[in-house]
Design a protein around this ligand. Sequence first.
Ligand code: CA
Length: 231
Amino acid sequence: MTSRILVVEDEEMLLEAVKMNLEMEGYEVEVADTGTKALKKAEGQRFNLIILDVMLPEMDGFAVCQKIRISDSDTPILFLTAKDSGQDKINGLKQGADDYLTKPFNLEELLLRVRVLIKHSVRGSREAEEIRTFKFGDNEVNFLTFKAKGINDNELTLTKKEIALFKLLVDRKGTVVSRNQILQFVWGYDVYPSTRTIDNFIMTFRKYFEKDPSNPQYFHSVRGVGYKFTE
Ligand code: CA
């Protein structure tokens, strides 16, 4: 059974980045951008983990956590806190939450914490084993195993970053994804690769999946703007 995660965060870009990265790990993700919406979802559905931002409009994460804990004492809660949270706050949140992560955080670290929390949770279930494959032309890419089939039936194994960039472009099929969006989604907060690095990824995709890499059908660079996937 797929593990289900509720992510509560009001920063849209961060919410989407977290959601995408969790989905790539095979989790089923529900989102909420206010405490009220989060409570509604938490009451009506079962989750294996709740990721809860502390600084939310209307009702903060602590209040949301307290309310959840009235009726549900065992769904793990991971707090996302701002860098300037005092020790008191951290102690306070430790009481209702199972773990916390200070912003800005590394996406890899978030995934690691999530894995641990879900594994240890009473309701923890095996991570998704279902195969999720995206096909385009004669190519196919599996988002869970990272295995791919490219031109001339080449068997490939993509790297984690390649899969993240690929999925981002495919999710936004037909629209230009800016360099900044790519940086935030694929590299997270702390590493800032050059434009050249992203270009190299795109060139690799063309080499793998394009019949004529110099005249791409799928992976387009839009000069000065970003990158686009089309089918
Ligand atoms: Ca926030």
